[in-house]
Design a protein around this ligand. Structure first.
Ligand code: PEP
Length: 251
């Protein structure tokens, strides 16, 4: 049985006051036992604040990015060990905004994935096609390339403590969600790619959907066989919506 996970990607949002307000609402709404595994990923500078606000709760801490390097002369970077030190358990790797806006290549994403594992963090590997790629009918080719770029460079055993997030780029922050059928098809395809390497790991791998998930559409998406929770952007900044999404995810 795969325990669903819902992760909030706060992106470049928040302040000390806003974070406290947001988490107060989320913690009150979820209660002591979250129905799913819940994670929040604030900006780096707020990790410590959020860690203390989450103390004693069922919500885990994650980061939005990390350096592929362990230490040294890499100005502005944050390493896996630092994230571990701050109490992170998860880290998003290869988000489409990082691929598109910061030039992250498949190879760099794979190196970040390895760096996360080297410190015992669980990477959430994001993959997804652009609108043009979907219209060109090459969604599966893109997904295969992105997933294999990592699988070819890592030990398949690492997948047993990793997650994959399918995030069609055209659905991120646009209000346009993939249909449950479109999402399920790609999720099943991702599982089949991993299954070609190891069927047991594939069966246990949690694959999240991301792209304009809201309280109003989460239940239908999470009801699909291969959708094991969500990576949530905009709606994770609204406590009521994030709580409603978490409550829509149960085994
Ligand atoms: C995301 O950024 O990972 C995301 C899914 O954003 P949104 O929910 O806002 O589409």
């Amino acid at each position: 049985m795969r325990r669903p996970l819902v992760a909030g990607n706060w992106k470049l949002n928040g302040s000390r006051a806003e974070n406290a307000r947001l988490l107060e609402g989320v913690l009150a709404g979820l209660g002591p036992e979250s129905p799913c595994e819940a994670v929040v990923c604030p900006p780096f500078v707020y990790l410590d604040q959020v860690r203390s606000l989450l103390e004693g709760s069922a919500i885990a801490l994650g980061a939005q990015n990390l350096s592929a390097e362990a230490s040294g002369a890499f100005t502005g970077e944050v390493s896996a060990a630092m994230l571990r030190d701050m109490g992170c358990r998860y880290v998003i790797v290869g988000h489409s905004e990082r691929r598109a806006l910061y030039g992250e290549t498949d190879e760099l994403v794979a190196r970040k994935f390895l760096a996360a594992h080297s410190e015992g963090l669980s990477p959430v590997l994001c993959v997804g096609e652009s609108l043009q790629e979907r219209q060109d009918g090459i969604t599966n080719d893109v997904i295969l390339r992105q997933v294999n770029a990592v699988l070819e460079r890592v030990d398949i055993q690492m997948l047993s403590s990793s997650l994959v997030a399918y995030e069609p780029v055209w659905a991120i922050g646009t209000g346009q969600t993939a249909t449950t059928g479109q999402a399920q098809d790609v999720h099943a395809y991702i599982r089949s790619i991993v299954s070609a390497h190891d069927a047991k790991i594939a069966a246990e791998l949690r694959i999240l959907y991301g792209g304009s998930v809201k309280g109003s559409n989460a239940r239908d998406l999470f009801a699909m066989d291969d959708i094991d929770g969500g990576l949530i952007g905009g709606a994770s900044l609204d406590p009521a919506d994030f709580v409603a999404i978490c409550k829509s995810a149960h085994p």
